[in-house]
Design a binder for this molecule. Structure first.
Ligand SMILES: Nc1ncnc2c1ncn2[C@@H]1O[C@H](COP(=O)(O)OP(=O)(O)OP(=O)(O)O)[C@@H](O)[C@H]1O
Ligand SMILES: [Mg+2]
Length: 445
């Protein structure tokens, strides 16, 4: 993409009503535009990041054997009357009446609908285990939408639902979700810690929330510092190996880590004092096991091996995809702007043309552009006729992880400058060397 042809409406002024860094930076970098309280348009660069996150979520879900589908945003109220949640859910549920006076709602989550799909087709244990998921917009009429996309009313969520014959099978699905979520967040360059949580209106027994540590987070968290040292890395995972997944869950959930809702001061004070941490976190996901809470009232039953009809064991598992864009910025920024991790950056590198119209500079920019595109870096070429300072400030604000600066003086010596956004370090390299260095980083992602 050439910046002169792109739509990147950056703001000069810091928006006064935005209280936290991610909200301010998303507005300033032209990523989102508020259309109503808690409802946003995703402008091209914000949309690109959202798509990158969706892609990682899809890849990791499917790696774990989960199957994508797509359910609608609008749902008939009937399904929610069956489960009893139509009345129980309260004011967050946006109720809508269509022209035929039928009660509808904008889905805040999809347990009822997925259970309806399941019962419509599945009657035997032989179709199990089954996990279906989608990435779809949700609506919750939050009292106080705030912090931009972090607490919106309309937001994008990945929600997945497992159907299993037994409690043990459902716990294996739970563990699969826990491990696939750990992988998902790690690939995004985030540290998200599973913490034992409260189940809220979804209902259920076993549940963990995933929290990204940040001072601006809305949840109060208490944890053993040891949990922050854990990484999954590139270890080989066999998604059918129950013992392996159970062991990984144990690794992450043995150190104390809880939100204020389930915090237990007596247990907490058993941690050595120098490892006790009290802080704040952003909830970026949650997994639940809730057994037959929906399958029983809604009649999602299968015949088991003995021919008996039994309700299936279920769980639901969510990732806040749009909230993650904000959480990523909270975790990765400085006073100049955003600092995207390579895996989720809207563009992997910015090429700054210091003298548009200069034949040699234009040609080198063009060659770099092609080499980086071929390597999957997806560069943004700043070919505008602007002051160098303004161009650098834009690149720093939008946070592309790498910048290649191409100017006539450097080129006379066969060199361009490669600058790392995170460290600020710059090195002079040949254009080919700069391109291969980035190609190498991207091939390792
Ligand atoms: N209003 C919202 N705006 C953006 N993302 C949200 C919102 N509500 C929930 N999410 C995201 O969707 C994920 C799964 O939804 P879940 O039902 O667990 O939300 P929740 O526990 O009600 O969230 P919260 O406690 O923050 O209101 C959450 O972990 C969060 O990342
Ligand atoms: Mg939650």
């Amino acid at each position: 993409m050439r910046l002169s042809r792109y739509f990147l409406p950056v703001l000069k002024e810091t928006p006064a009503d935005a209280q936290i860094a991610s909200h301010r930076l998303m507005l300033r970098a032209g990523m989102i535009r508020q259309q109503a309280a808690g409802i946003y348009s995703w402008l091209p660069m914000g949309f690109k990041v959202l798509r990158r996150l969706e892609q990682i979520v899809h890849e990791e879900q499917q790696r774990a054997g989960h199957i994508p589908l797509l359910m609608p945003t609008l749902q008939p109220a009937d399904l929610w009357l069956e489960s009893g949640r139509y009345d129980a859910y309260g004011k967050e549920l946006l109720r809508i009446r269509d022209r035929h006076d039928r009660d509808m709602l904008y889905g805040p989550t999809n347990e009822e609908m997925i259970t309806d799909i399941f019962r419509g087709y599945v009657g035997s244990y032989k179709a199990l285990p089954l996990t279906l998921y989608h990435i779809q917009w949700k609506f919750r009429d939050e009292v106080r939408p705030r912090f931009g996309v972090m607490r919106g009313r309309e937001f994008l969520m990945k929600d997945g639902y497992n159907f299993d014959l037994t409690y043990e099978d459902a716990m294996h699905a739970y563990n699969r979700h826990m491990v696939s979520y750990l992988r998902t967040y790690e690939r995004m360059g985030l540290k998200a810690i599973p913490m034992r949580a409260d189940s809220g209106p979804i209902g259920g027994d076993d549940t963990h929330e995933f929290l990204v540590l940040a001072d601006t987070g809305e949840s109060e968290v208490f944890y053993d510092r040891a949990v922050t040292d854990l990484t999954l890395g590139r270890r080989e995972i066999d998604w059918n190996d129950r013992a392996q997944l159970e062991a990984i869950k144990a690794e992450w959930t043995t150190p104390y880590a809880r939100t204020d809702e389930t915090h237990d001061e007596a247990l907490y004070t058993q941690i050595p004092e120098d490892r006790r941490v009290k802080g704040r976190g952003i909830e970026v996901g949650q997994i639940f096991y809730f057994g037959t809470k929906y399958s029983e009232p809604m009649g999602a039953v299968v015949t088991d091996e003995s021919g008996a009809r039994v309700p299936v064991h279920m769980g639901s598992h969510g990732i806040g995809v749009s909230r993650l864009v904000g959480a990523l910025i909270e975790a990765n920024h400085d006073d100049k702007g955003i600092i995207w991790p390579e895996s989720v950056a809207p563009f992997g590198a910015g090429i700054v043309n210091m003298k548009p119209g200069d034949a040699a500079v234009d040609a080198t920019c063009g060659e770099l552009y092609q080499a980086l595109t071929a390597a999957g870096v997806d560069p943004l070429l700043d070919d505008r006729d602007e002051r160098a300072g303004a161009k650098f400030a834009t690149m720093e604000l939008i946070g592309l992880p790498w910048r290649i600066t191409v100017g006539p003086r450097g080129l006379a010596e066969g060199k361009v400058e490669l600058t790392c956004r995170r460290t600020g370090e710059t090195e002079a390299l040949s254009p080919q060397a700069a391109a291969s260095k980035l190609a190498e980083i991207w091939s390792a992602l």
